[in-house]
Design a binder for this molecule. Sequence first.
Ligand SMILES: NC(=O)c1ccc[n+]([C@@H]2O[C@H](COP(=O)([O-])OP(=O)(O)OC[C@H]3O[C@@H](n4cnc5c(N)ncnc54)[C@H](O)[C@@H]3O)[C@@H](O)[C@H]2O)c1
Length: 259
Amino acid sequence: MYNTESLFDLTGKVAVVTGGGDGIGKASCEILAAAGAAVVVSDISLEKAQSVADGIVAAGGKSAAVVCNVLNSDDLTHLIDFTVETFGTVNILVNNAGLGGGGRENPFKIDRAYVERIYAINVFAPWQLCKLAAPHMQKSGYGSVVNITSMSSINNSPDMAIYGSSKAALNHLASNLAFDYGPMGIRINNVGPGATRTHALATVLTHEIEAKMLAHTPIHRLGEVSDIAGAVLYFAAPVSAWVSGQTLMVNGGGVQTLD
Ligand SMILES: NC(=O)c1ccc[n+]([C@@H]2O[C@H](COP(=O)([O-])OP(=O)(O)OC[C@H]3O[C@@H](n4cnc5c(N)ncnc54)[C@H](O)[C@@H]3O)[C@@H](O)[C@H]2O)c1
């Protein structure tokens, strides 16, 4: 008989999540903790990270909070150091913090500084955290990286070129790093949310936009953060032990485009 509990059991594992104070990051922290992992909740807002960590501890889990602006290279180094000092190692890294898109990237109005910022948060930070975490994952004998990419990485839409291309780069980063990291016992995969109800989505969502999105969504609702967290757990857990370099779109079976 299969032991489904052990296939999803993260007891004794240590997870790090960026942008864990809200939305998809928060849900990822909570599901990983529910599966038994000790979770370092990091966010640009210490207050938000602390509140998520406190909630996990109050529910009987293990967690600690730390401030980390993923645009700051020193913060990334500190995040991994803090995790190793607090819980002994790093086994699971969820590169969740990300910015951009929302149809607000008029290519004739944005400047180079904007493009550099979006690539710094969506590509450079995940790359650097992978590099920092890998030696600990290898030494511990268990490593899984989960990047939060986007449906925008495969869709083509107006005013989305920078966000979309940065998330496409994240997809390709994972599918290539899987070759480098596999021999070290480390898996790396991506979860690509469709439109998912978070504060970030709320900044662009109107009734009209939602109706257009649902017209292309066979499972006729927008995503909830728990839908995305389930896919994060799958990639983090032993159940996906032979899965690496993949991108799983979690999108209600459709594309939430506006045409
Ligand atoms: N919500 C969606 O519909 C959707 C769709 C596709 C992809 N995504 C991706 O999911 C990820 C999370 O998005 P969300 O919708 O949950 O966002 P959200 O706004 O709900 O939460 C983002 C969290 O990241 C933190 N944050 C912001 N800038 C940061 C920084 N520089 N360093 C560290 N933390 C920072 C915020 O404080 C916040 O707690 C992003 O990578 C986003 O691109 C979201």
